[in-house]
Ligand binder design. Sequence first.
Ligand code: ATP
Ligand code: MG
Length: 193
Amino acid sequence: MKIAIMGGTFNPIHYGHLISAEEVYDGLGFDFVIFVPSARPPHKDNRDIIDPQHRYMMTVLATEDNPHFRVSRIELDRTGPSYAIETIRQFQATYGDKAEISWIIGADSLIEFTIWKDFDKLLDICRFIATTRPNYDFSKAPANVYKRVEFFEITAVDISSTEIRCRIREGRTIKYLVPKKVEEYIYQHNLYL
Ligand code: ATP
Ligand code: MG
């Protein structure tokens, strides 16, 4: 079994995330992709991050019409900072030795990968698929990281959650940047105002 993990804060989830996961699924022959919303991202400014339960719900709504996708609560159900190394080990224990677990990582995250807890160990125990992202250059990743990951080019979509949050605060449209159900959820719950 080949399983890909799409980790992220998903604050909120947008079409950049969905396109990345679908194209990796399709191009590299995975059985499914598990979206893993990070409950408490260790390296982000937490003031901007809304309740993980909302981010999880939006991830469910965004992915529920795609049979290639699953969503995991694994990081919500743990305490403490959400470290990838713990998530990978938990999935490896759940799916067993025969399953190959990969992690999809965007170019921006790859560049700062050495701040991830036990990054060297992570590269030993998991296959990393580094995906392209507009305005981020892989070659800026440290050499010891760069040479140990696989690169995968995806359709360039210059959307970020930061830009979406900014638009909501300013009362501007987010239509066609996020799935309709996510847009509706955001307005129903008055998120990011
Ligand atoms: P924020 O602006 O809050 O940091 P984001 O849009 O970068 O949000 P994250 O949840 O931080 O989204 O990203 C999760 C993963 O998805 C990361 O590996 C990131 O590189 C990747 N990713 C996010 N947006 C895109 C995009 N538009 N194209 C390709 N990859 C993306
Ligand atoms: Mg980001």
